[in-house]
Write a protein that binds this ligand. Structure first.
Ligand code: P6P
Length: 340
C-alpha cells in the first residue's frame, strides 16, 4: 500500500498551479507542524503537568485550560514565523494580530482565523478535542489591511480545515477542490492520506444537539427534534442521539458516518453559541465541499456578512437531506408566525 504524506500531497497540488510560488504550501506546512506539536502535548497530557486549568480566562470569559494556552501559543508563533500571513486571529485573544505593517511581514498574503483547541473543557475527561482553522487571501493589494479584507464572507475562504486529536490525530482540510483527511503516523511524524475525497452521506441517522436547552429552542427546532424521534424505517428514524460536547468530534463523526449537528439560538445565546469566523465558517466550507450543507436556519453560513471577529451564529450542519429537513420546520414556523 503506497503512502502519500501531507507534504507530498500539498506539493502535488501545487504543481497544478505553475504560477504558485509555494507561499500557500508553506502556510499549510506550518499548520501541520503546529498540529504535530499540539498532538504531542495532548497525547501526554495525562502524564505531564499540563492537564487542568491555567488559572486564567480568555477574552470569552472562559476558563483557560493549560493546553488551550499551549496550542494558542504554538499556532500563533509558527504561523507568524512562516512569513506568509498578514493577519492572525485566535479565539483566545480579543484582537487579531496585524502583521501587514512594514516592520512585520508586508508580503504576507494570507489571513488565518483559528480556534486553537476547541472543546478543551473536555480535556481532563480525555475526550477528543480539535483545532479549527480558516484561511483567506487578503483582498487589498498591499500595505495596511483594509475593511474589505475583514468583510470577506465564508464563501471567500481559500482553505479551511480542522485537526481532531482523538483515538488518532487527523488533519482534514479543503482548498475548494473536495475534502481530504490525513492521519498522523507518530512513528514517522507524518500526516498520511487516509481519507481521500471525503463525502458526507446525504442522509445519516444521528442527530447531535444539547437537548438540555430544549425549553429555550424555537418551535421549529422542537418540532424537528420530535421528527427525529418518530418511527419511520424508510428514513432511518428514530435517529440516534449523540452529543460529545466537542464540536470537532461531533462534526467529524457526522462527516464520516452522516448525521446532523445543531447549535441553534437559545435564550442564553440569542445569536447561537458558536463563533462564525473560526468555528462555523471553516466547518461550513468543509461540509459544502463534502456535499453537505450548513445553515443558520435562515441563510447559508458561508453567506453571513462578518462584522465582528468573535461574532456568534446559530449552526445547523451535516448531511444535506437532514439540514433541509430542519429548514422545512423553521420555514413552517416562520409562515405560521407571518400568517397569524
Ligand atoms: P454546550 C465547546 O465548549 C464548544 O465550544 C464546542 O466545542 C461544543 O460543540 C459546544 O461548545 C458545547 O456547548 O453549551 O452544549 O456545552
Amino acid at each position: 500500500m503506497s503512502i502519500q504524506t501531507l507534504e507530498q500531497f500539498i506539493t502535488e497540488q501545487q504543481t497544478q498551479f505553475p504560477q504558485a510560488k509555494g507561499e500557500f504550501t508553506r502556510l499549510l506546512q506550518s499548520i501541520s507542524l503546529a498540529a504535530k506539536i499540539v498532538h504531542r502535548e495532548v497525547n501526554k497530557a495525562g502524564l505531564a503537568d499540563i492537564l487542568g486549568k491555567q488559572g486564567s480566562q480568555n477574552i470569552q470569559g472562559e476558563e483557560q485550560q493549560k493546553l488551550d494556552v499551549f496550542a494558542d501559543y504554538y499556532f500563533l508563533d509558527i504561523l507568524k514565523k512562516a512569513g506568509e500571513c498578514c493577519y492572525l486571529a485566535s479565539e483566545e485573544h480579543e484582537d487579531g494580530l496585524d502583521l501587514s505593517s512594514p516592520s512585520h511581514y508586508p508580503n504576507g498574503k494570507y489571513m488565518v482565523y483559528f480556534d486553537p483547541l476547541d472543546g478543551s473543557s473536555n480535556i481532563d475527561a480525555n475526550v477528543s478535542v480539535g483545532t479549527i482553522f480558516s484561511i483567506y487571501r487578503r483582498v487589498s493589494p498591499s500595505g495596511e489591511l483594509q475593511d474589505e479584507d475583514f468583510a470577506q464572507t465564508g464563501r471567500q475562504q481559500v482553505a479551511a480545515g480542522y485537526v481532531i486529536y482523538g483515538s488518532s490525530t487527523m488533519l482534514v482540510y479543503s482548498t475548494g477542490k473536495g475534502v481530504n483527511g490525513f492521519t498522523l503516523d507518530p512513528s514517522i511524524g507524518e500526516f498520511c492520506l487516509s481519507h481521500p475525497q471525503l463525502r458526507i452521506p446525504e442522509l445519516g441517522k444521528t442527530y447531535s444537539i444539547n437537548e438540555s436547552n430544549y425549553n429555550q429552542f424555537s418551535a421549529g427546532i422542537k418540532q424537528y427534534l420530535q421528527f427525529c424521534k418518530n418511527q419511520d424505517p424508510a428514513t432511518q428514524r428514530p435517529y440516534t442521539s449523540r452529543y460529545i460536547g466537542s464540536l470537532v468530534a461531533d462534526f467529524h463523526r457526522n462527516l464520516i458516518q452522516g448525521g446532523i449537528f445543531l447549535y441553534p439560538e437559545t435564550s442564553t445565546y440569542p445569536n447561537g453559541k458558536l463563533r462564525l469566523m473560526y468555528e462555523c465558517n471553516p466547518l461550513a466550507f468543509i461540509a459544502e465541499q463534502a456535499g453537505g450543507k450548513a445553515s443558520t436556519g435562515f441563510l447559508p453560513i458561508l453567506d453571513i456578512q462578518p462584522n465582528a471577529l468573535h461574532q456568534r451564529c446559530p449552526l445547523i450542519i451535516g448531511s444535506v437531506r437532514m439540514v433541509e429537513e430542519v429548514l422545512l420546520y423553521v420555514k413552517e414556523e416562520v409562515e405560521l408566525i407571518l400568517n397569524s
